[in-house]
Ligand binder design. Sequence first.
Ligand SMILES: [Zn+2]
Length: 282
Amino acid sequence: MAKAKRTKAPSASQVDRLPDATASTSGEALGLSPFPGGSEEQGKNTISTRLVSRMRESILRGELPPGSKINLDRARKTFDVSLSPMREALARLTSVGLVELHDNRGYTVAPVSLSNLREITQLRAEFECLALGIAMQNGDLAWESDITRSLHRLNRTHREASDAKSLEAWEDAHRDFHLTLIQGCDMPILLSFCMTLHNLNDRYRRIFLARTGGDTSVELEHSQIAQGAVARDREYALDRLREHILRTGRNLQNALSDDRADAILTRSQPARRRRPPAASQS
Ligand SMILES: [Zn+2]
Protein backbone atom coordinates (compact mmCIF):
# COMPACT_ATOMS: atom_id res chain seq x y z
CA MET A 1 0.00 0.00 0.00
CA ALA A 2 1.31 3.44 -0.87
CA LYS A 3 2.51 5.42 2.10
CA ALA A 4 0.68 8.65 2.93
CA LYS A 5 2.42 11.73 1.61
CA ARG A 6 4.74 13.27 4.16
CA THR A 7 3.96 16.76 5.42
CA LYS A 8 6.39 19.05 3.64
CA ALA A 9 9.09 20.46 5.89
CA PRO A 10 8.58 24.18 6.45
CA SER A 11 11.30 26.43 5.13
CA ALA A 12 13.49 28.19 7.64
CA SER A 13 11.61 31.42 7.06
CA GLN A 14 8.28 29.68 7.58
CA VAL A 15 9.45 28.13 10.80
CA ASP A 16 10.82 31.45 11.92
CA ARG A 17 7.26 32.74 11.85
CA LEU A 18 6.10 30.21 14.39
CA PRO A 19 2.41 31.11 14.59
CA ASP A 20 2.15 30.91 10.78
CA ALA A 21 3.95 27.61 10.70
CA THR A 22 1.63 26.32 13.41
CA ALA A 23 -1.35 27.39 11.34
CA SER A 24 0.09 25.76 8.24
CA THR A 25 0.39 22.42 9.96
CA SER A 26 -2.11 22.00 12.78
CA GLY A 27 -4.56 24.64 11.57
CA GLU A 28 -4.95 23.35 8.04
CA ALA A 29 -4.80 19.76 9.14
CA LEU A 30 -7.68 20.44 11.50
CA GLY A 31 -9.66 22.18 8.78
CA LEU A 32 -9.18 25.66 10.20
CA SER A 33 -8.64 28.01 7.30
CA PRO A 34 -6.35 30.89 8.19
CA PHE A 35 -8.31 33.13 5.79
CA PRO A 36 -11.98 32.51 6.45
CA GLY A 37 -13.38 35.77 5.17
CA GLY A 38 -12.03 36.51 1.68
CA SER A 39 -9.65 39.21 0.49
CA GLU A 40 -10.40 41.81 3.19
CA GLU A 41 -9.79 39.19 5.86
CA GLN A 42 -6.65 38.13 4.01
CA GLY A 43 -5.32 41.67 4.17
CA LYS A 44 -5.94 41.91 7.92
CA ASN A 45 -4.41 38.50 8.37
CA THR A 46 -1.26 39.52 6.51
CA ILE A 47 -0.83 42.54 8.79
CA SER A 48 -1.34 40.37 11.87
CA THR A 49 1.04 37.74 10.56
CA ARG A 50 3.79 40.27 9.94
CA LEU A 51 3.12 41.82 13.32
CA VAL A 52 3.32 38.45 15.06
CA SER A 53 6.67 37.84 13.39
CA ARG A 54 8.05 41.24 14.42
CA MET A 55 6.79 41.00 18.01
CA ARG A 56 8.01 37.45 18.31
CA GLU A 57 11.50 38.50 17.24
CA SER A 58 11.43 41.38 19.74
CA ILE A 59 10.50 38.97 22.52
CA LEU A 60 13.11 36.36 21.51
CA ARG A 61 15.81 39.02 21.38
CA GLY A 62 14.79 40.39 24.78
CA GLU A 63 13.89 43.80 23.33
CA LEU A 64 10.48 43.23 24.88
CA PRO A 65 11.84 42.12 28.25
CA PRO A 66 10.54 39.04 30.10
CA GLY A 67 7.75 39.92 32.53
CA SER A 68 7.21 43.42 31.13
CA LYS A 69 3.70 44.78 30.74
CA ILE A 70 2.50 45.33 27.18
CA ASN A 71 0.59 48.58 26.95
CA LEU A 72 -1.77 48.09 24.01
CA ASP A 73 -1.81 51.70 22.91
CA ARG A 74 1.95 52.16 23.19
CA ALA A 75 2.64 48.86 21.44
CA ARG A 76 0.24 49.73 18.63
CA LYS A 77 2.10 53.00 18.07
CA THR A 78 5.51 51.36 18.29
CA PHE A 79 4.62 48.77 15.67
CA ASP A 80 2.50 51.23 13.66
CA VAL A 81 -0.68 49.15 13.48
CA SER A 82 -4.30 49.54 14.57
CA LEU A 83 -5.76 47.93 17.67
CA SER A 84 -7.41 44.99 15.90
CA PRO A 85 -4.27 43.32 14.47
CA MET A 86 -2.43 44.12 17.70
CA ARG A 87 -5.05 42.23 19.73
CA GLU A 88 -4.93 39.33 17.27
CA ALA A 89 -1.14 39.20 17.34
CA LEU A 90 -1.14 39.17 21.13
CA ALA A 91 -3.69 36.36 21.16
CA ARG A 92 -1.48 34.32 18.82
CA LEU A 93 1.65 35.00 20.86
CA THR A 94 -0.29 33.97 23.98
CA SER A 95 -1.20 30.67 22.33
CA VAL A 96 2.49 29.82 21.84
CA GLY A 97 3.55 30.79 25.36
CA LEU A 98 5.47 34.00 24.61
CA VAL A 99 2.82 36.35 26.02
CA GLU A 100 0.49 35.96 29.02
CA LEU A 101 -2.96 37.46 29.59
CA HIS A 102 -3.86 38.35 33.18
CA ASP A 103 -7.35 39.26 34.43
CA ASN A 104 -6.31 42.51 36.05
CA ARG A 105 -2.96 43.35 34.44
CA GLY A 106 -3.68 42.74 30.77
CA TYR A 107 -0.91 41.37 28.56
CA THR A 108 2.66 40.78 29.74
CA VAL A 109 5.67 39.23 28.07
CA ALA A 110 5.99 35.70 29.48
CA PRO A 111 8.50 35.64 32.34
CA VAL A 112 11.65 33.51 32.36
CA SER A 113 12.67 31.32 35.25
CA LEU A 114 14.84 28.35 36.05
CA SER A 115 11.82 26.13 36.70
CA ASN A 116 10.27 27.14 33.37
CA LEU A 117 13.51 26.36 31.54
CA ARG A 118 13.77 22.96 33.27
CA GLU A 119 10.22 22.12 32.20
CA ILE A 120 10.88 23.20 28.60
CA THR A 121 14.08 21.12 28.49
CA GLN A 122 12.36 18.04 29.88
CA LEU A 123 9.40 18.35 27.53
CA ARG A 124 11.69 18.89 24.53
CA ALA A 125 13.63 15.73 25.39
CA GLU A 126 10.42 13.72 25.58
CA PHE A 127 8.49 15.13 22.62
CA GLU A 128 11.38 15.55 20.16
CA CYS A 129 12.61 12.02 20.86
CA LEU A 130 9.07 10.70 20.42
CA ALA A 131 8.75 12.57 17.12
CA LEU A 132 12.18 11.46 15.87
CA GLY A 133 11.40 7.83 16.70
CA ILE A 134 8.22 7.99 14.62
CA ALA A 135 9.97 9.95 11.85
CA MET A 136 12.59 7.21 11.61
CA GLN A 137 9.80 4.71 10.98
CA ASN A 138 7.95 6.86 8.43
CA GLY A 139 10.61 9.04 6.85
CA ASP A 140 11.37 8.52 3.18
CA LEU A 141 14.37 9.31 0.98
CA ALA A 142 13.36 12.97 0.74
CA TRP A 143 13.38 13.20 4.54
CA GLU A 144 16.88 11.71 4.67
CA SER A 145 18.05 14.19 2.01
CA ASP A 146 16.49 17.09 3.92
CA ILE A 147 18.37 16.07 7.07
CA THR A 148 21.69 15.97 5.22
CA ARG A 149 20.99 19.35 3.60
CA SER A 150 19.96 21.04 6.86
CA LEU A 151 22.98 19.60 8.73
CA HIS A 152 25.32 20.89 6.03
CA ARG A 153 23.74 24.33 6.17
CA LEU A 154 23.99 24.39 9.98
CA ASN A 155 27.62 23.29 10.04
CA ARG A 156 28.53 25.90 7.43
CA THR A 157 26.82 28.71 9.36
CA HIS A 158 29.34 30.23 11.73
CA ARG A 159 28.34 32.44 14.62
CA GLU A 160 30.24 35.10 16.47
CA ALA A 161 29.08 36.38 19.85
CA SER A 162 29.76 39.94 18.73
CA ASP A 163 27.87 39.62 15.43
CA ALA A 164 24.09 39.67 15.88
CA LYS A 165 23.46 38.78 12.23
CA SER A 166 25.58 35.65 12.44
CA LEU A 167 23.78 34.63 15.63
CA GLU A 168 20.41 35.08 13.90
CA ALA A 169 21.56 33.04 10.91
CA TRP A 170 22.79 30.25 13.15
CA GLU A 171 19.54 30.17 15.16
CA ASP A 172 17.62 29.94 11.90
CA ALA A 173 19.74 27.06 10.59
CA HIS A 174 19.63 25.33 13.97
CA ARG A 175 15.83 25.49 14.16
CA ASP A 176 15.58 24.21 10.60
CA PHE A 177 17.83 21.24 11.42
CA HIS A 178 15.90 20.16 14.52
CA LEU A 179 12.52 20.55 12.85
CA THR A 180 13.66 18.71 9.71
CA LEU A 181 14.69 15.75 11.88
CA ILE A 182 11.21 15.34 13.31
CA GLN A 183 9.22 16.48 10.27
CA GLY A 184 9.03 12.92 8.96
CA CYS A 185 6.75 11.91 11.85
CA ASP A 186 3.86 13.42 9.90
CA MET A 187 1.91 14.31 13.08
CA PRO A 188 0.91 18.00 12.94
CA ILE A 189 -0.14 18.33 16.58
CA LEU A 190 3.08 16.75 17.85
CA LEU A 191 5.11 18.95 15.46
CA SER A 192 3.26 22.01 16.72
CA PHE A 193 4.14 21.12 20.34
CA CYS A 194 7.78 20.63 19.36
CA MET A 195 7.92 23.93 17.47
CA THR A 196 6.46 25.80 20.42
CA LEU A 197 8.94 24.22 22.83
CA HIS A 198 11.86 24.87 20.51
CA ASN A 199 10.95 28.55 20.24
CA LEU A 200 10.55 28.90 23.99
CA ASN A 201 13.98 27.31 24.37
CA ASP A 202 15.46 29.61 21.70
CA ARG A 203 14.36 32.56 23.75
CA TYR A 204 16.49 31.47 26.71
CA ARG A 205 19.49 30.90 24.48
CA ARG A 206 19.16 34.27 22.82
CA ILE A 207 18.72 36.17 26.07
CA PHE A 208 21.25 34.34 28.22
CA LEU A 209 23.82 32.85 25.86
CA ALA A 210 24.17 35.50 23.16
CA ARG A 211 27.25 36.87 24.85
CA THR A 212 29.04 33.53 24.98
CA GLY A 213 29.08 32.68 21.27
CA GLY A 214 29.47 29.14 19.98
CA ASP A 215 29.29 25.90 21.87
CA THR A 216 32.06 23.74 20.44
CA SER A 217 30.30 20.44 21.21
CA VAL A 218 27.14 21.01 19.23
CA GLU A 219 28.58 20.42 15.76
CA LEU A 220 29.64 16.87 16.60
CA GLU A 221 26.37 16.21 18.44
CA HIS A 222 24.27 17.37 15.48
CA SER A 223 26.29 15.22 13.10
CA GLN A 224 25.85 12.15 15.30
CA ILE A 225 22.08 12.68 15.59
CA ALA A 226 21.77 13.07 11.81
CA GLN A 227 23.91 9.99 11.13
CA GLY A 228 21.84 7.88 13.51
CA ALA A 229 18.56 9.11 12.04
CA VAL A 230 19.54 8.47 8.42
CA ALA A 231 20.98 5.04 9.33
CA ARG A 232 17.68 4.28 11.17
CA ASP A 233 19.69 3.36 14.25
CA ARG A 234 16.89 4.14 16.65
CA GLU A 235 18.68 3.67 19.98
CA TYR A 236 21.77 5.63 18.92
CA ALA A 237 19.87 8.52 17.34
CA LEU A 238 17.42 8.95 20.23
CA ASP A 239 20.18 8.72 22.85
CA ARG A 240 22.24 11.36 21.02
CA LEU A 241 19.24 13.70 20.63
CA ARG A 242 18.18 13.34 24.28
CA GLU A 243 21.74 13.96 25.52
CA HIS A 244 22.07 16.98 23.22
CA ILE A 245 18.85 18.57 24.51
CA LEU A 246 19.65 17.86 28.17
CA ARG A 247 23.28 19.02 27.94
CA THR A 248 22.46 22.28 26.17
CA GLY A 249 19.60 22.74 28.66
CA ARG A 250 22.09 22.44 31.54
CA ASN A 251 24.30 25.07 29.87
CA LEU A 252 21.37 27.44 29.80
CA GLN A 253 20.52 26.69 33.43
CA ASN A 254 24.09 27.54 34.37
CA ALA A 255 23.80 30.80 32.42
CA LEU A 256 20.69 31.64 34.42
CA SER A 257 22.67 31.08 37.59
CA ASP A 258 25.15 33.72 36.44
CA ASP A 259 25.07 36.98 38.38
CA ARG A 260 24.55 38.86 35.14
CA ALA A 261 21.19 37.14 34.71
CA ASP A 262 19.86 38.65 37.94
CA ALA A 263 18.58 41.82 36.34
CA ILE A 264 16.52 39.88 33.80
CA LEU A 265 15.16 37.42 36.32
CA THR A 266 14.33 40.08 38.88
CA ARG A 267 12.44 42.11 36.27
CA SER A 268 10.75 38.92 35.13
CA GLN A 269 9.41 38.05 38.58
CA PRO A 270 8.59 41.34 40.30
CA ALA A 271 6.15 39.88 42.80
CA ARG A 272 8.29 36.99 43.96
CA ARG A 273 11.66 36.61 45.51
CA ARG A 274 13.81 34.46 43.24
CA ARG A 275 14.97 31.24 44.77
CA PRO A 276 18.67 30.47 44.43
CA PRO A 277 19.39 27.99 41.62
CA ALA A 278 20.00 24.36 42.47
CA ALA A 279 23.66 23.57 43.11
CA SER A 280 23.80 20.94 40.39
CA GLN A 281 21.79 19.31 37.68
CA SER A 282 22.06 15.65 36.94
ZN1 LIG B 1 20.80 21.47 18.48
